[in-house]
Each structure stands twice: as structure tokens, then as C-alpha cells.
Design a protein around this ligand. Structure first.
Ligand code: ADP
Ligand code: MG
Length: 666
């Protein structure tokens, strides 16, 4: 019927651009790769409005002569491979010869370039992939490519772009990826006329890591090395305590190419085995060098993934090398005869977490066997954990004992508190606190203290609990027990209710955040000692995006200079101690996620994320009082039967159902 026809080149390029050029960050990636392939030692990336308006990449590489400059924009024009043989052993980052043609077909391009040999340079202007205007110009050796108005002629694609802030973060990711893969090259990154960073070229990967993520990160890393004949691995892994709630700090570089590889990531995580919790991910930058014939780089249009000829071998060696590096670190940081009770604070940060956790386990065992009695716990005003009336600065029962992934300072504080407790336990004896007659056994802090024991005001937890129980309207929920440190079993007149403590607390927090937001002046408490937040470029970008929202919830966070922010006040229902954890975890979550584009849904999503972080962890031990007050807050919260994520917060088993199940009824 004669309906098949060959498409014009320009259209073909636009279609190809759909695969290769997804967003401004893809343009930046292709241009930077070209600069690296041209042997640049210094690359500058400038963007305007997240790259949606303009992207300029300048390099000091070998440049192009006029012929090459014209050819470079033709489809399948490349200087990097000549035949199939070359495709099988690619050493350059580019090889498909379609990036420039694709970019030029959907934008306005301006190129300026000069080789060492030629006297003058050449300039070339091109709009939407049409015939270029070429002229000679004076310029230095190297290449500068300026891409404006991306997707101006493909409105459907332009609509697909996200906010300027989001596109900025994608570009930042791209620049960081390549900067980590090539510390031997200097990178300067400028956004909206403001320099973001200027990384000097270096022969030390660790220095590059420090330049991007801060010294506090790079100094807490251990080097990994494996020098096989056909396979080499080198790089840095973060010590276990630096693990994050996001995979975004995991960098693999295969033959100079940053790639994503979940299986390799899994191999590294396995090497850490139980040194980090399941929900956390180690941070690392790991270079893998293999013979180019052993890896297929041509499996992804944007070259984000590769395929190994012998993947299992690489995974095995990766896991072993990382495990060996960790073992080395463990050995060198361990001093002989360390006793947890007197050396806790001097222990290397690397080991501290573990020791806290094992001490906690011990402590819980002691408590469960009914031994530990700690007057300071009993005297602590109990309401503050769930945001009640008492002074928020007073540590609650949890703050002393909870394990959570936090900054070193907090670890040190927690380690200190645990140490104090250990000392107390050691000097007082665990069975009978000295303030009690030896004959008066105390089964638990909620048990009835013996008659000779009288506590001064404020009242004990037991007393407060008692009066709360008495005040409670009949028919409402009563906590019976906590199971697996995760569920509260409760009872009311109709049956048994099982509550998911994290989901419930999350729901309560969401309610409180919403209430705060609805106020013109959200209820906040200023912190006497503001917390300092040290952020890298990416975290900083996310925080900046959400500062207004956080402010409307009661957080006052101000720039302290450089990459440091100061948290000056927080919503009054949050416990001071957990703030850094909450904010850092919140930033990690936002780094991970694909949050909705539409403003209202995005807003909701962010509130939920924050509520989740602010909620008590699954797996935390709650006192009876805390169980009760959680239930109380939950019942006061609107729509309380589902958590912030829409999962149920409680399951009910009515006495009717029970009777039926046990065959007491027909
Ligand atoms: P590829 O990188 O896959 O070869 P591109 O479309 O990205 O395809 O580039 C086409 C060609 O243009 C490259 O092969 C290279 O010869 C030349 N080129 C592109 N950018 C530069 C640059 N910054 N410096 C020198 N040559 C370049
Ligand atoms: Mg290229």
C-alpha cells in the first residue's frame, strides 16, 4: 500500500532523544562524559534554573577541528569506535555517537572549540537540529557547549520535567557521580550564577569524597583494596556507624563509569552482615577495574548499567574484599581488655553502637527478670514522650536507653548515660536499690513499692499511672501488655485490641503536625542549645526546598554558614534529644523517594514522612504508662484507626468473635 516511509533525520534524532535525553541531568551527563573522553583535566558545569533554561559545560580537553565539529552533531557520528571489535572493548565513556545529535534536535546549541594544532577556533550554532551556522572564532584549547531551552520543540517532553529544585538535584547527582569516578579531574559546579562547589583535581579519592560529603564523612571511612590479575577493586567504605537510611551514598565505578548495580550493592551489604541494621545501607565509593572485554556497557541507553561476563566472581570478590577491610578496621580499633563499663567513652566510634546495643540487651534482660530499679527513671515526669504537659527538656524514660542511628555526639551522650547506668548497677547491686531495705523486693517500677519506701514529689510513674487509670472513663481501652516491643495488647468492654505502636504513634504525630500547621503561630519550643546540622550539597538542597514547610510546622532552622544549619526551635511535642535523628532521617527519606509532583499531594507526602520519623520506633520497649498514654493520644486523634501511611493502627477482636471461634456460640 506504500504506507511505510523512512523518517527524516531530524525526527529520528528527536525520537532517539526520548531515550537518551530524559531531563537536563542527562544532557549534563553526556556533555561531561564527552569532556572526560577528550582528556580534560578541568571541567566546569554551569546551569540556570535546574538546567531547564541553560546548561554550559566547558572543558580543557583536546577540542575539535572544524570538520569534526560539524560531524559531531550527525547521528551515529563518533570518533570512539570504528567497528564491532571496538564495541567489545570500550575504554571511553561515550561510543554510541548519538548524544550530541539527540541534544541538538531538542534544544538550541552553541559550540565553541579549538584543538592544540589549529590556530583559531570554530563556533557553531544550531536550533532544533537544523542546518548549523558555522564561523571561526578566537578561543583557547578545549570545548565549550551551551545548551539552552531544552525541549522547546517537544512540548510533551517539556511538560514532563519536574520542578526546578528537583531538576537541580538530578544535575547535582550527575556531577557528583562523575566527580567521584574521576578525582584526577577538577570540577566546578555553578547554579544560577552561584558556585556550588569547586573540587580541585587530586590523586586521592578520599580527598574527593571529603570535598563532596565533608571531612566528617571521609575520615570515618576504611579503604578497600583487591589487586587481582583480571580484576581490581579499590575505594572507601564508611564504618558501620556511618550507614544511612538511603542507598544514595553507594557509588560503584566500573572502569571509570559510575553505574548502579543492586546486586553488587547487596554483596557489600552482606559483607557488613550484622554490623548494621537491615533498614540501613553502608556508604561507599568503590572502583572496579576489569578487562573491557569482560563487561558489556552497551545494555542501557543512558549507560547507567553494565553487564558482567562473570558476575558471580565479581560479587564474591567484592564481598570478600569489603569484609577483609572491615575485619582489619575492627582489629586495629580494638584495644585489649576493653571493659564496657569503664572504657565505653574511649571506645572507637566504630564499636560504640554495637556495645550500646549489647548493653541495652543486657539491660532489658535484667529488667525483664525483674531486677533493675532506677529511681531517676521513676522520678522523670512521664508525660513528655507523647507530648503532654511536662517540661519537654527533661529526658524521658526512652531517651536514655533508646538505640537509634544518630550522630556521634548523640551516640557519645547515649553511651555516657548507659555507662552511668552500668556504673550504678555495678555499685548498687542489681537486686535491691540502696534506698530500699534489703527485704523489700521491687518487682518492677510499676510494681507496688514497699511501705517503708516513700518517694518525694514529683509522683512516681506508678502513682501517675494509677491515677490515670482511675480517671479513665469506663469502657475505654486499657493496655494489658506489650508484645515483641512492637505491639500493645489492650482491652475494652467489647473485646481485645492489638495496636501497632509505631503506626499508632505515627498517626498521633501526623495529627499534631497538622494541628500545628493550621495555627498561624505553630506551637514551638526554642532550644537552649540549638542543634547543629552538617549537610552535604544534596541534603542542603532538600532542606532548602522544605524550609518553609518545616517552619510552618514549628521548626526554625537557619543557615549557620557553609554547610552548617542550626535548629533553633522545634514543635513543642517533640523530644529535644531525638531532633537530629528525626531531621536527618527525614532528609534521607526525601533523598530516596519519588515524591509526588502535584503540590498538595507532595505536601501530604512530606508530612507523612516527617510523622513517621518522629514516631517511636517499632521495637522499642514502652512502659505501661507510655502504652496507656499512646492509646489515649491515639483515641484523641482524628481518623486514628489508620496510620499516616494508611495502614491500620489497630486490629480488633471482639468478644463475640472470640466466642464464635471457640465454639461457645452457634
Ligand atoms: P560519542 O561520545 O558517543 O562518540 P557524542 O554525540 O557524544 O557521541 O559525540 C560525538 C563526537 O563528538 C565524539 O565522538 C567526539 O569525537 C566529539 N566530541 C564531543 N564532545 C567533545 C568534546 N567536549 N571535546 C572533544 N570532542 C568532542
Ligand atoms: Mg558522548
Amino acid at each position: 500500500m506504500g504506507s511505510i516511509r523512512i523518517l527524516p533525520d531530524q525526527l529520528v534524532n528527536q525520537i532517539a532523544a526520548g531515550e537518551v535525553i530524559e531531563r537536563p541531568a542527562s544532557v549534563v551527563k553526556e556533555l561531561m562524559e564527552n569532556a572526560l573522553d577528550a582528556g580534560a583535566t578541568q571541567i566546569t558545569v554551569e546551569i540556570v534554573k535546574g538546567g531547564t533554561e541553560k546548561i554550559v559545560v566547558t572543558d580543557d580537553g583536546h577540542g575539535m577541528d572544524e570538520m569534526d565539529a560539524r560531524l559531531a552533531f550527525e547521528r551515529h557520528a563518533t570518533s570512539k569506535i570504528g567497528g564491532l571489535d571496538d564495541l567489545n572493548r570500550i575504554k571511553t565513556l561515550g561510543f554510541r555517537g548519538e548524544a550530541l545529535a539527540s541534544i541538538a534536535s531538542v534544544s538550541e546549541v552553541f559550540l565553541q572549540t579549538k584543538t592544540k594544532q589549529s590556530l583559531g577556533g570554530v563556533r557553531l550554532e544550531m536550533t532544533g537540529g537544523k542546518e548549523p551556522i558555522v564561523a571561526s572564532t578566537g578561543c583557547s584549547v578545549g570545548t565549550k557547549i551551551d545548551v539552552s531551552n531544552l525541549f522547546f520543540n517537544t512540548p510533551a517532553r517539556k511538560k514532563y520535567l519536574k520542578s526546578e529544585a528537583t531538576e537541580y538535584r538530578h544535575v547535582l547527582d550527575t556531577v557528583q557521580d562523575l566527580a567521584l569516578a574521576h578525582p584526577e579531574v577538577g570540577f566546578r559546579f555553578v547554579s544560577n550564577g552561584r558556585p556550588a562547589f569547586d573540587l580541585l583535581k587530586t590523586d586521592k579519592l578520599q580527598a574527593r569524597v571529603g570535598g563532596l560529603f565533608g571531612k566528617s564523612v571521609s575520615e570515618e571511612m576504611v579503604d578497600v583494596f583487591y589487586g587481582g590479575r583480571d580484576l581490581q577493586i579499590s575505594g572507601w567504605i564508611g564504618k558501620p556507624h556511618t550507614a544511612r537510611a538511603t542507598r544514595k551514598y553507594q557509588y560503584f565505578v566500573i572502569n571509570g563509569r559510575p553505574i548502579q548495580d543492586n546486586r553488587l550493592g547487596y554483596a557489600v551489604k552482606e559483607a557488613f552482615s550484622n554490623l548494621i541494621p537491615g533498614s540501613q545501607y553502608p556508604i561507599f565509593v568503590l572502583n572496579v577495574t576489569v578487562d573491557p572485554t569482560q563487561v558489556d556497557v552497551n545494555v542501557h541507553p543512558r549507560k547507567l548499567e553494565v553487564r558482567f561476563a562473570q558476575p558471580n566472581e565479581i560479587f564474591r570478590v567484592m564481598k570478600a574484599s569489603v569484609a577483609a577491610a572491615l575485619a582489619r578496621e575492627l582489629q586495629s580499633s580494638m584495644t585489649p581488655n576493653v571493659s564496657l563499663q569503664d572504657k565505653n567513652l574511649e571506645m572507637p566510634a566504630f564499636l560504640r553502637k554495637e556495645s550500646i546495643r549489647s548493653m541495652e540487651r543486657e539491660k532489658i534482660e535484667v529488667e525483664e527478670s525483674g531486677g533493675d530499679y532506677d529511681p531517676s527513671v521513676a522520678m522523670a515526669p512521664p508525660l513528655n514522650f507523647f507530648g503532654g504537659a511536662s517540661g519537654a527538656a527533661t529526658p524521658s524514660v526512652f531517651d536514655e536507653t533508646s538505640y537509634s542511628a544518630s550522630s556521634n555526639a548523640m551516640d557519645a551522650r547515649k553511651a555516657y548515660l548507659l555507662q552511668k547506668r552500668a556504673e550504678r548497677m555495678a555499685t548498687q547491686g542489681m537486686d535491691s536499690p540502696p534506698s530500699l531495705p534489703a527485704s523489700g523486693p521491687v518487682s518492677s517500677i510499676f510494681g507496688s513499692p514497699s511501705a517503708s519506701f516513700s518517694m518525694p514529689t514529683p509522683p512516681t510513674v506508678a502513682e501517675v499511672t494509677q491515677s490515670y487509670m482511675e480517671d479513665r472513663p469506663t469502657g475505654s481501652l486499657r493496655a494489658l501488655a506489650q508484645v515483641k516491643n512492637s505491639y500493645i495488647v489492650a482491652q475494652d468492654d467489647d473485646g481485645i485490641v492489638i495496636i501497632d505502636q509505631h503506626a499508632a504513634h505515627e498517626r498521633v504525630m501526623l495529627g499534631k503536625f497538622r494541628a500545628n500547621e493550621a495555627e498561624r503561630e505553630p506551637a514551638r519550643q526554642s532550644l537552649l542549645a540549638p542543634h547543629q546540622l552538617n549537610l552535604d550539597y544534596r541534603e542542603k538542597a532538600i532542606l532548602e526546598e522544605n524550609l518553609d514547610l518545616l517552619r510552618s510546622l514549628g521548626f526554625d532552622i537557619s543557615e549557620f554558614g557553609g554547610s552548617t544549619y542550626s535548629i533553633d526551635s522545634v514543635p513543642d511535642f517533640l523530644v529535644d534529644d531525638d531532633i537530629l535523628d528525626v531531621i536527618k532521617g527525614f532528609l534521607d527519606d526525601l533523598l530516596n523517594d519519588q515524591s509526588p509532583r502535584e503540590a498538595a499531594r507532595r505536601h501530604e507526602h512530606i508530612l507523612h514522612t516527617l510523622a513517621c520519623r518522629a514516631a517511636a520506633k517499632f521495637g522499642r520497649r514502652l512502659s505501661t504508662y507510655e502504652q496507656e498514654s499512646l492509646i489515649k493520644s491515639l483515641l484523641e486523634t482524628e481518623g486514628s484507626s489508620a496510620c499516616a501511611h494508611g495502614r491500620p493502627t489497630m486490629i480488633r477482636l471482639s468478644f463475640n468473635e472470640l466466642e464464635q471461634k471457640f465454639g461457645r456460640r452457634g
